[in-house]
Structures are given as structure tokens and as C-alpha cells.
Design a protein around this ligand. Sequence first.
Ligand code: G6P
Length: 607
Amino acid sequence: MCGIVGAVAKRNIVSILVNGLLRLEYRGYDSAGLVVVHDAKLERVRSAGRVAELGQKSANTYGELGIAHTRWATHGVPSERNAHPHMSRDLIAVVHNGIIENYEELRTELTAQGYEFTSDTDTEVIAHLIHSHYAQGSLLIATQMALSQLVGAYAIGVVAADNPHQLIAARKGSPLLLGVGVGEHFVASDMSALLQVTKNVVYLEEGDVVEVNLANYRIFDQLGNSVQRQVHVSELDNDSVELGEYQHYMQKEIHEQPQALANTLESVCNSQSLVPGIFGAEANTIFPQVENILILACGTSNHSGQVAKYWLEEIAGIPCNVEIASEYRYRTSVPNPKTLVVTISQSGETADTLAALIHAKSTGHAFTLAICNVPESAIIRQSKLRLLTRAGPEIGVASTKAFTTQLAALFLLTLVMAKLRGRLDAEREQQFLHELRHLPAAVQKVLALEPKIAEMAKHFANKHHALFLGRGMHFPIAAEGALKLKEISYIHAEAYPAGELKHGPLALVDADMPVVSVAPNDTLLEKLKSNLQEVKARGGELFVFADAETHIKESEGVHILQMPEHAGFLSPILHTIPLQLLAYYVALEKGTDVDKPRNLAKSVTVE
Ligand code: G6P
């Protein structure tokens, strides 16, 4: 979703703003813009296209103070006039992420005061509100007064034409970071935008307002008190957000999975036994009290939760429910204080997941665990316990390495719970630890199937629909495969538990409907084989992702991809890889924008 970059320095900051926006492109956007303060004037450049176009348009622009934005349309169509920054009477400029819920009411009031609106956005009211309070001379106070009138979520950056060395930024409900340089400072919605200039970062807290000057900065909390916040040194590496030898970030991230899994499992694999402490010190007292588990997540992260349900119930014998966060937050549920609420999120900032967590806490759930890829994210900070996946930055909108590392983390949760409940003897624990240590190598072997999958993808390029089948813990993997395909190739894809085929979707099967089946060699295989016959008998073309031990023969209309090995309970992780590659190569065949699929955003920070 929308991205923000801001800078105040003693050098031209235009290229910093543009490069920062390029780093944020992955979040998804439809237009971009920047404003600099130069010679006591605001100079604004906007583009309804890509950031590269903004870069060209601003090539001759100079400024030592500025703010920039990539917009993902909410109020008003994607267009240059709706692109940020928004200005008030050539004096105030604002960039904004989030949604202002009372903007219509404010717009009416401001119009009555004589302000003219030139866009359809909710953001423009912020610019005029700040302007209306600016007569008093302090941009900080004017911004604070304006913020007190807003209902909704925001991260903002503000500059004024007559204030050449100062930037005001604030956050509530949307992430924002302060980058600390030497005699220069920066703000951004995401660390990856700042790695070009600094690794020193302050994670602003909910309700914080920061006054950023050349040599210093002052932070005020939501009550207006001046506060100190810790400066962290980011562990992110600029190289980790470079494309390197790959064609797309998605391809790079698929190939990074062995390393990402090894990193996520590192502490556990180096030890001889599993302890609750890997989820935080308090896990030692919380976990033994837990009676059941409630998993809340969206999108791909929800699919990892669905796999975990099978593991947790079968291996640990603990009841588990998985809910879509956006549904849970609005329904009346029956809380049990002994439930462990697990939120799963790559970004740690998905609005629905965060709201679901806050809702769960408000109903009396005190046991909360976040499985997340971003340290210091809102979801991490709202949770008592945490396990960080160490996938590294994920840039491609379609989630890949975040998903498999989430699965690894959830498997650890399963094993720790199983051990606490007396369902994991020492021998089995060692066996599982051994399998986890082997996992990165097993994934590497699956990646070697890439050329075969690229060939298979050619069969999909001219299709409009596809069906994905799986059973048991591989059903959520089929769902993830279908999601990947629809996200980046725009082919309509649905997943069904294979047993449901004859209860409806079989009616759709014909030669134009490819059917993809996740067919590992587990106890459900025989049943799955008869489902596959039903498809074949109706002229459907089958693509079977089978194990080494699966005895399904290649024949006319039946394409088999044999997996190198069978991984038992960890099989869902291995079976994810070919489905990611399939979606990737189908998208290549179709020529879609793999890393930035239309209409989608990487982090959905609004409802
Ligand atoms: C968006 C992304 C998905 C992601 C989902 C949840 O829809 O495009 O890839 O799975 O949000 O995001 P999260 O950061 O909470 O895992």
C-alpha cells in the first residue's frame, strides 16, 4: 500500500526521495509524487505512472527538504490530481498513508472557511487543516492541532514553504520510521527506503509526532509529552533488497527459501532439544496453561495457519481454530482465557490482523503470540510472545519465503506444545529435529525441478480457469497454489479438498480446465487417486505434484511432476515450492507484472 519517504539534509534530496520510493514500489501503488521546499516555494512533481517516470520528471528539481509518496487509491481514482503530496494554498504540503474516516465532515467545514479542494482524496483535508492552524507560526503545533481533529488511521509527512529545514511526521495506525543520519534526517514507512542513507532507525510509536530538523529531532507522544525513543541499528542489508542475478523478486525469494528456512530454524537446529523459551520468556508460564489455539491471519498467512491446525491437532493433540482476521474482528465470539491467540503476518502491519489481535485482547484474551517477519512491527509489539521468522525482506507482492518460514515456525510451536503435553518422547523429538535440519537441503532439491515446471506452465498460459485439489494438510497448500496463480497470472483459480470434487466443481471440468493436484504419498493417496480418475474421465487435463513414492503413471492428459523425496509432516513445505514456481512461470508466459500484480498491495494497512 501507500509509501512515504521524507528527508531534510544539506544536499539535494530529490534522488533520495525517488530511490526511496523505488524501494517501496513493492508495496503496490498506482501513482507517485514528491514536493521539495526551494527558495521559500513548494515545488511539486506528480505522476500517474511509475516511480521511474516521476524520477524523469523531477530530474532537474533541487531541494534540501522534501516529502514523497506512492499512492494506492482509496478515495478517488488513480490520477495525477489525486496523487500526493496534497497542498494547501502553496504553503503546506502533506503526504499520508491510511484513511481519514471523518474527512467528509471536515471537508464541508473547510469549504465553508473558503478552502478549495483540488482532489477527491481524504488527505487534502489534512493539508488545509494544518494550514488553518499555521497562523500561529509553529508547524509542529499546527500539525498536532490538525491531528487532534482526525478520526482514522494515518502516517503523515508535512512540510511548509516558509520553513526550509523542518519536517513534521506523525503516525497512528500506520507504520512510520525515523532515519537518523549525521546532520541529516529522514522518515519512511518502511526501512528498505532508508537503507540507502542510514541504518540507524527509531520506530515511532502509536500516536507519536516528530519534529525533524537538520541537526536534531524531537518526539512527542500522543499526550504531547516530549519522549525519548531508542535508536536501533537495522539488521537489514541493502544487498538483501537488490535483485541480483534474478529476473524478478518473486523468483529470487523462491530461491532464497533454503536459506530463509535455515535462518528461521537456526537457534533450534543448533540445540539438542526444544524449549518454550524460543517464543519469549513468558512462554514458560503461559504455554502450560493453554487449552486451545486460535489462529488469526489474512491471505497467505492464513493458509499457513490452516496447515498448522492439522499439525497442532494431530501431533500436539491441542484443539485449534483458524479464522480470517477480517471476519473474526467483527463477529461475536466466545472467548476462553486459556486460549493462545496466534497472529501470523509477514509484515506485522496488516490492518485486519492487527485489529483482530486488539479485538481478541479486548474480549479477555491475555495469551497472545505473534509469528511475524518484521521485528518491531505493530503486531509484534501488541503481543506477549513472539517468534520472528527470519525470511529477510520480502519484496514480491505474492508471498513465498514468508509462507514457508511461517510454516517452519508453526511446526516449532506444534513440537513445543506436543512436548509440554507429553506427546513427544525424546526419540521422536530428535527425529523431528533431524528432519528440520534437513529441510533446507530438501527444499533445494525441489528447486532443481524448476525447468520441468517452466515447461508445465506453458499448458496454462491460454487457460482462464484452474482447479487445485489437495487433501488433509495439503488442502491449504492447494489453496495457496491457487492464490499464487490468481495473484500474479490473473487466471481464476479455486482450491477444493479433493473429496468435495463431486459435490459441485466436477461440473466445471472439461478440456479447458486444468486440474492441479497435490498428491503426496500419505494415507489419503488412494482416495485422491480415485478423485483424479473422475477428472480424467471427463476430459480434464491433470497436473499431479506427486512424491517419489506415488505410483501414478504419466499418460495422455496426465502430467506428473515427481518430487525428490517425501517429508512426512513437513511435506506441505516441500509441496509449496513447485506451486510457487508454477504460478511464477505461468505469469512469465502471460507477461504480467510478476512482482507488482495489478490492484494488489504487499502490506494492506487499511481495511
Ligand atoms: C496482502 C499480501 C499477501 C499477504 C496478506 C497478509 O494481501 O498481498 O501476500 O499474504 O496481505 O499479509 P501479512 O503481512 O499480514 O502476512
